[in-house]
Design a protein. Sequence first.
Length: 302
Amino acid sequence: MSAAADDGIGELRRAASQRLAAAGYASAALEADLLLSLATGLERGQLFAWPERAVDAAQRQRFEQLLTRRVAGEPIAYLLQQRAFWSLELRVSRATLIPRPETETLVELALRALPADQALRVADLGTGSGAIAAALAHERPRWSLIGLERDPDALAIAALNAARLQLDNLSLMRGHWSSALGRASLDALIANPPYVRADDPHLGQGDLRFEPRAALVAGADGLLAIRALIADAPRCLKPGGLLAIEHGWDQGADVRALMQQQGLEAIETWRDLAGQERVTQAILSPRLNARPHENLDQRPLD
């Protein structure tokens, strides 16, 4: 099937790549192909093979809409509604954060720190798209993963990912942080909570402009959610249980101090691939009595 050059796939690819490059995108050609594939339903190899193939009016309109949104800065992950994380391809939406490579540090820590051959109960708090919980459930089929999320739209995306990946050892609950969890019920508590300061100028830049603010911002100092998680960890962890939290590059010292205040032991901070302090872990001492924490609300799964 052929048509005029300005209707053909080859010309659309070329023009779109130029627009994206002018907007400053280093992978302009790849992104043009991904958006054109989404608009037409064709595989990328077919785009290469059929440069003169016509694109109908509805497909051209859809492609132009996607291209305009990308040129305006909307993350490619939201346009494609998917993002690779760990070894998985995950669905994402504007209700969820876009999984980032630095968060894989949290997954790696849990895999190294916890025994693979035991039937552990591990919770991922504020699970969002379910990225962390899904990665751990995929790698450790003997573990039981619990993903907790307050936002119902994000929880729906996590449920979709769990179903698509056939993760029978991952269950999802609607709840605010660890409030829905019982006393001494976990072998490990994992979280990538909000940790951006409310006045951080990066919130008005790049992908952060489009991501859910509630999943990014945690008070004036960025530690509001982290304080709550650390305060409640002794209640819901079993003796010897692991707490691991992702945080900002400059928050490691604060997180370690908060963990020390709760009497947690074996505190250690891991760096990400960029060399920045990114994840801090601690162990609940067998000698530490579990304490209730009354300041977290609980919302059952609808």
